[in-house]
Structures are given as C-alpha cells and as structure tokens.
Design a protein around this ligand. Sequence first.
Ligand SMILES: *Cc1c(COP(=O)(O)O)cnc(C)c1O
Length: 381
Amino acid sequence: MEERKIAIALPVTGEEEWLAVKEPLMSGWITQGPKVAQFEKQFAELHGANYALAVTSCTTGLHLALAAMGVGPGDEVIVPAFTWIATANVVLYCGATPVFVDVSRDTFNMDPEQIAAKVTAKTKAIIPVHLFGLCADMDAIRAAIPDHVKVLEDAACAAGALYKTSYAGTLGDAASFSFHPRKSITTGEGGMVTTNDGELAELMDQMRNHGATMSEEQRHHGPKPYVLPDFNLLGFNYRMTDLQGAVGLVQLPKLESFILERAKWAKFYRKQLCDIEWLRLPQEPKNGTHGWQSFVTYVDPQTAPMSRNKIMELLQEKGVSTRPGTHAVHMLRLYKDKYDISENDFPGARDCNNYTMAIPLHNRMTEEDYQYVVTNIRELG
Ligand SMILES: *Cc1c(COP(=O)(O)O)cnc(C)c1O
C-alpha cells in the first residue's frame, strides 16, 4: 500500500478567506467593527440564540461569561475532570474554585449522576462541556443542581450540534464556542459567546471592551468628539478583530456542509471498524446531532493487542496521526498539586485520559485517506 501522511485535523481555508480579509485591510477598520457585527448576527441566527458576542477565544469567552455572572473568590464552579484545561483555568481566573466531577467513559461528558454530591452552598455555576461535539445531557444536569446555579456551556467543539431540537449555545444561561483551527470552523484564534439573556449580553458586551460604557464605533462615529466612555466596572480587552470577523463570515455558511461530510465519514468508520472488539467507537446522541469536531475512540486495555500508546506509535509510523482525546485536568500538575488530588479520585477521567484515541476526521481528507486509516487500524490485529 502506498504510504500516506494524514493529519489529525486540518482547517478548510483558502481563496475565499484570503479575499475576505482584503476589505477590512483596504478600509483600515480592522479591529471589532462591521464584519464582527455581521458575523455575530449570523452566528446567533444559525444557532437560534438571541445574542452572540465575538471574543478572542473560547477561553476568554468562558472567562467573560463567568465574570459577568458574578463568579468570584469564595465561589465554586463545577467542571468535568476530563476536558481541555481551559474549562478549569477560567474558574481560577475569577479567583473561584473549580470542583471536578467525573465523566462517563461512554460519552466522555460529565456524569449527571455524580453532580448532586458536588453541590454546596458556595456553588455558583456549572460548566458542562459538549466534548468532541456531543452535547452533554443538559436536562439531567439542570435537574441535578439548584435553580440559582448558572449553567455555562463549554461549546468549544459543538458549533452546529443539536441537543434534542435545540442547538448548543442555547441550552444554558450562556455558552462559549471556539474558532481555533482544531475546531469545526476557524478564524485562526477566536470565540463566540451566546446567550438568550439580554442583561447578561449587555454586561458581557461592556466587559469585553475594558468595561467601557460606550462602544468604539459609537465613540468614533458619534457627533461629540470630546466624549470618552466612563468605566464603572473592571473589564477586559477580549475584542475580536474585523479580519477574523471577515474570515468567520466566510466560514460560517460552510459549517453545515462540514458537519454533514464529517458525519458521513464517521458513519464509514463505524461500518468499517465496528467488529474490532478492542476499539470502542464514539457514542452518537440518542436525540440530536453530533458536531463531529473529532472522532474519538476508546482503546479497551483488557482486549487490545497492545497498549494504546504503542498503537498510536505504530499508526504514526504509517503516517496516520492520532491524539489522546484530551486531558484529565485533575492529573495535570497545576491542579494535582494545588488541590492535592489523586488520579484515582476521578477514575472515569483517568481512564479517558489513558485510553482515548482520536483518529483523523476532517474536511480535507479523501476517500482513499479514510480507507488508509481503516486498513492500518485493522492491520494492528
Ligand atoms: C478548544 C477547547 C477550548 C479552548 O478553545 P480556545 O478557543 O482555544 O480558547 C475550551 N474547551 C474545550 C472543551 C476545547 O476543546
């Protein structure tokens, strides 16, 4: 078989994105402006959210939302133990305490049955993660917490994913999406916060621009050149550039076709790999649609012909890139040391950390590429 090199992920960017950045560059308005405003409007419409606010990343979006929800020192925020580190870091940014809850080895998402035991009088918010594009069980999560606890979706991987008939981004009090190149659509770096809460949207809008009481556009296009905004609260500079907004406007209409194509190849993988006993394939939503940010398998240590890491090494030698799904955050030094946690405190997250394996699934792969991945996995035994 002819040798191939298949990346774990590769964004679909090209001529259209290249041309899109020309307009802001020529006009000279390159910070948050009309392109970002249009991108926000279309993103909100597509997901059925009342408000969308573009930010510099999903991470800063999560921080912005927590800050606007009033999360601060003394508060606790419940987060899954298996996720990208940013989900927990944003809680620390607020001076609050992340409280880990274990995840299911089947869905890789927060296990709703373990949430109630984590709720205390200090619990201010919970961050369910829709990991790899599969929405967390939001009904069960909402039912497990008191009404006053805010729900912030980490929707980094879940653009275009459905929970029942509602899109990710409309399932809690607020949500944050990522446009990092590893995600379904990209603006280089970038993120989007969505909410249906008008007051929260207004506050986040102010806080992403240093807490200014007036937007840059209002200031520059208004009739009173001497007017500077007032600052009545502590904000940040989390504004997206119009260069990114212009790219986002070109990427967003492609989201649906990207997901449909990924879903088609996910189905192909399932068909071709379902009889391999030691390789568990990712769960699909019972009611909804997967966002297919990545295709994450679970190598069963009991039945696999060799260790997951050895499998990953052999596939790498054949030119097939793989990656662990993501981290068990409680096993990372920062958190392990800070809170004196043992890796066995969250056995689901520990196992997902050790046994998950993402295989290539992106919109620049050909049929031959997918066949090549399958053949090399099957040859492992
Ligand atoms: C990628 C990712 C993030 C961070 O997104 P950035 O845009 O890079 O900040 C946060 N949470 C999860 C679950 C992610 O996969």
